[in-house]
Design a binder for this molecule. Structure first.
Ligand code: MLT
Ligand code: ZN
Length: 464
């Protein structure tokens, strides 16, 4: 491979600012967030426009290089980390970070792919609007990344996954075609809904360069409660009550095991605002109308009167609510500080959550009684992070298989919101239905026959 020639051509397309090729400069782009996957690459391409992305795609195609798109590099499935071959170019969209248009009447925002989720939300809040995509990494994650991975988060039970916000995309395909745009149409039934094909494709079918997203009114009245419950079955009863009493204003219903909360206390020195109990819930409701506050309070009161809640409190101020969320959003960091873990991002039918937790706990105990689960997740989506502590990369496959086999017995999914990336690739090929795998392969073959985009993620490599 003529590396010097490729770098020269890359600089001709992108200018010096658009290329990082020195070891120190490239280092952060080569590691995944969990520090488990470390790759190599020829260079980092940092285009500043869609035309420049087209140029990089052409160059990669010409030289048979893989192209690994990157947003905020917060994937928990190592979806944006290159392999160790060194034969890939990284494509960081970080310089394409402009907010192009906000339409507060038409309820849409158009952005470049590298715009950071929280930056977009901050700009929308200024005009009384919001893009309720909410998770711990939203200060780094980009719109292109969350659209391409169909990211989830705490507000999914109300607003759906990221794909539900996508009104349109602009993307560069493997043959260099630029498809789509950011005209803010709420309805467009003229042909296939192809943008949704790229949603969740994790950069394997096309490079998202721009997006137009549906936005929502900013909820000026937000209520949050941190409550203790005895077990997951009670959490579910409480969820049913919340749906009845709070209705569509319910915006989060998050479950945390007491041991996961204790880990935040010890690893991050962050105290829980209420005494730690076996299971804890962070419940949020939000509305443009103040009436949500009385309804939320009466829901919590009813839960206490029914004996469903052992302890807990409603946040008395925005600061207190923020402290509840800090606790919830620190769970992953506390887990990472504790050491290596086997991650799971599973979903089962919501009503099956208690039985699933019991069955998965029993399966782990059978595998090795010393294994410690670190459980938290999103009750309203039937989505749990049934992570297991103290498991390194060499042994985590056994643990993953054991948990995923239980998931499969409930008809569940091995990735509710994080995606396949490289982390779950073998498990996807072990457990996804053959018909689905074949359909995915046919789509990949049609759109990216040369295997240019994000090699080794979602799709197995084809034999040379
Ligand atoms: C969360 O729910 O906090 C995230 O999905 C992160 C995780 O699974 O660690
Ligand atoms: Zn999650």
């Amino acid at each position: 491979m003529d590396e010097a020639g490729i770098l020269r051509d890359l600089r001709a397309i992108l200018g010096d600012r658009g290329v990082v090729a020195d070891a120190a400069g490239m280092q952060p782009y080569l590691e995944d967030w969990t520090d488990r996957f470390h790759g190599r690459a020829l260079a980092v391409a940092r285009p500043a426009s869609t035309e420049e992305v087209v140029g990089v795609v052409a160059l990669a195609r010409e030289h048979g290089l893989g192209l690994v798109p990157q947003g905020g590099r917060t994937s928990l499935a190592a979806g944006a980390t290159p392999d160790a071959s060194g034969g890939n170019l990284l494509l960081s969209l970080e310089r394409m970070n402009r907010i192009l248009a906000i339409d507060r009447v038409g309820l849409s925002v158009a952005v470049e792919a590298g715009a950071i989720v929280d930056t977009v939300r901050d700009a929308l809040r200024e005009v009384g609007r919001d893009l309720p995509i909410s998770f711990g990494a939203s200060g780094s994650a980009t719109i292109g990344g969350v659209a391409a991975t169909n990211a989830g988060g705490a507000n999914v039970l109300r607003y759906g996954m990221t794909g539900r916000f996508v009104l349109g995309l602009e993307a560069v395909l493997a043959d260099g075609t630029v498809v789509g745009g950011v005209t803010p149409l709420h309805k467009d039934n003229a042909g296939l809904n192809w943008p949704q094909l790229l949603v969740g494709s994790e950069g394997t079918l096309g490079i998202v360069t721009r997006a137009v997203l549906k936005i929502h009114p900013l909820n000026g009245h937000v209520c949050a409660a941190l409550l203790s419950v005895a077990d997951v079955a009670t959490a579910l009863t409480l969820y049913e009550l919340a749906v009845d009493r709070v209705g569509e204003r319910l915006s989060a219903f998050e479950l945390m095991s007491g041991s996961a909360v204790r880990r935040v206390e010890t690893a991050l020195k962050t105290a829980s605002p209420i005494p730690v109990s076996p299971w804890m819930l962070l419940i949020e409701a939000a509305s443009v109308s103040a009436s949500v506050e009385a309804d939320f309070a009466s829901f919590v009161e009813a839960a206490m009167e029914a004996g469903l809640v052992e302890d807990g409190t409603i946040a008395a101020s925005g600061e207190q609510a923020a402290a509840f969320w800090r606790l919830r959003e620190s769970l992953t960091e506390a887990e990472a500080k504790t050491g290596p873990s086997a991650k799971h991002d599973v979903s089962v039918p919501i009503a099956a959550l208690p039985e699933f937790v019991e069955a998965a706990t029993a399966a782990l105990a059978e595998l090795d009684p010393g294994l410690q689960p670190n459980v938290f997740g999103h009750v309203g989506d039937g989505n749990l992070h049934f992570n297991v502590l103290g498991v390194d990369e060499a042994t985590r496959h056994h643990v993953n298989q054991s948990v995923h086999d239980v998931v499969a017995s409930f008809g569940g999914s091995i990735s509710a919101e994080h995606g396949i990336g490289q982390y779950r690739l073998e498990e996807a090929y072990r457990l996804l239905p053959d018909a689905q795998l074949r359909l995915q392969e046919r789509l990949k073959q049609a759109l990216d026959p040369g295997g240019l985009f994000n090699p080794g993620k979602v799709f197995r490599r084809r034999p040379e």
